[in-house]
Design a protein around this ligand. Structure first.
Ligand code: NDP
Length: 325
């Protein structure tokens, strides 16, 4: 048995709700492994569960993704072995030093990629995988708008779209982020704190507008994003960084050009073992081939998890934060 430190919430609220608990961790059961975690990702969705925007049973250990080394395997585990480095991206309960986890949740990790790069990007990378390869197959003919292009998901999306050859317009909230967005593959960058992005998209595309909008910002951009789409364009509203979008009249979709609207989540695109393995493999392959580079943000100790949440919510993020247990 190991002594284990974890960061838990007993109520929802701001980042002060985290409590640190020390418990004993059991041996793995059948089809489980015991992971010694080395790096834990902090995602925007963690803040939604912490704040109460998304419902969660309490108490809860937040966090969906981490990288670690297998310390023990349970009965019947043949696919993985002790000492192997693995990761997971959609299994709540990551804010902890050690973790018992079902083998169906974990994927092997290729050598040569740093733990922190994987822990800060597997969930975001698999998100971009389903957005570009399955929800809609992105092609070189597509012109797309990516909001928060310099953010965690945004950076991966820009680089992936560049490797496909799509034309990418990115929005960012500062001039520093604008430079980064240019460097990672945006053909055009709009600082949407200074410019009206609907007008800027219209100017850039000479009135043609874009085929797809990828909007993870939510409340502050949702309605205007619809105005950036061509007739029969696709609106992908995949996040709420500024709050959830206001309810709206579906007739707007008709008025604005018979638009398509989807509100997807990674969970529904990783519904079984095969989807998890294929999505992770496709993303990790992009990393290995150098099509995507991950700029890791600041490291925080697990005991400083509140600071990591504050960092993400302050809107200054350039690289995604990582927790070191
Ligand atoms: P980011 O690193 O992208 O951070 C969010 C960014 O949103 C900020 O850096 C900021 O960029 C922008 N933003 C705009 N308005 C606000 C605001 N009011 N408050 C805070 N940020 C704001 O985060 P992630 O990479 O973790 O996630 C990006 C989005 O993707 C989130 O909405 C997340 O929920 C979503 N997501 C969805 C998934 C899905 O399957 N549906 C899976 C994974 C993530 P700027 O300053 O440039 O505007």
């Amino acid at each position: 048995m190991h002594t284990n430190l974890s960061a838990n919430i007993y109520q929802t609220g701001d980042s002060s709700v985290f409590k640190l608990d020390t418990t004993l961790i059991e041996k793995p059961k059948a089809q489980q492994v015991l992971l010694k975690q080395t790096a834990i990702g902090v995602n925007y969705i963690d803040t939604y569960f912490r704040s109460g925007l998304y419902p969660i049973d309490l108490p809860a250990t937040l966090g969906d993704e981490a990288v670690g080394t297998i310390e023990q395997v349970g009965e019947g585990v043949t696919e993985f072995s002790v000492g192997q480095r693995v990761a997971y991206s959609a299994a709540k309960g990551a804010y902890t030093q050690y973790r018992l986890i079902d083998i169906n949740e974990i994927v092997p990790v290729p050598d040569g990629i740093d733990d922190t790069a994987i822990a800060t990007s597997l969930l975001r990378g698999m998100t971009v995988e389903y957005l570009f390869c399955r929800l809609h197959t992105l092609t070189p003919d597509d012109t797309i708008l990516i909001h928060a292009a310099a953010g965690g998901v945004g950076q991966i999306a820009c680089q992936w779209a560049r490797s496909i050859g799509a034309t990418v317009i990115g929005t960012v909230g500062s001039n520093e982020k604008a430079q980064l967005a240019k460097n990672i593959g945006c053909d055009y960058v709009i600082n949407y704190r200074e410019q009206n992005f609907v007008k800027a998209v219209d100017d850039i595309t000479h009135g043609q507008k874009v085929d797809v909008v990828y909007d993870g910002v939510g409340k502050e951009t949702f309605m205007q994003s619809l105005d950036c789409l061509r007739v029969r364009g696709l609106m992908v509203s995949f996040g709420n960084a500024s709050g959830k979008p206001d309810p709206f009249d579906v007739l707007e979709l008709s008025k604005k050009g018979s638009l398509f609207l989807t509100r997807p989540t990674l969970y529904h695109y990783t519904r079984n073992r095969q989807e998890i393995l294929e999505s992770a493999a496709r993303y990790l392959n992009m990393l290995e081939r150098g099509h995507i580079n991950i700029q890791v943000g600041p490291s925080f100790a697990l005991t400083d998890v509140a600071k990591a949440h504050d960092y993400l919510e302050q809107r200054t993020t350039i690289g995604s934060p990582v927790l070191i247990p």
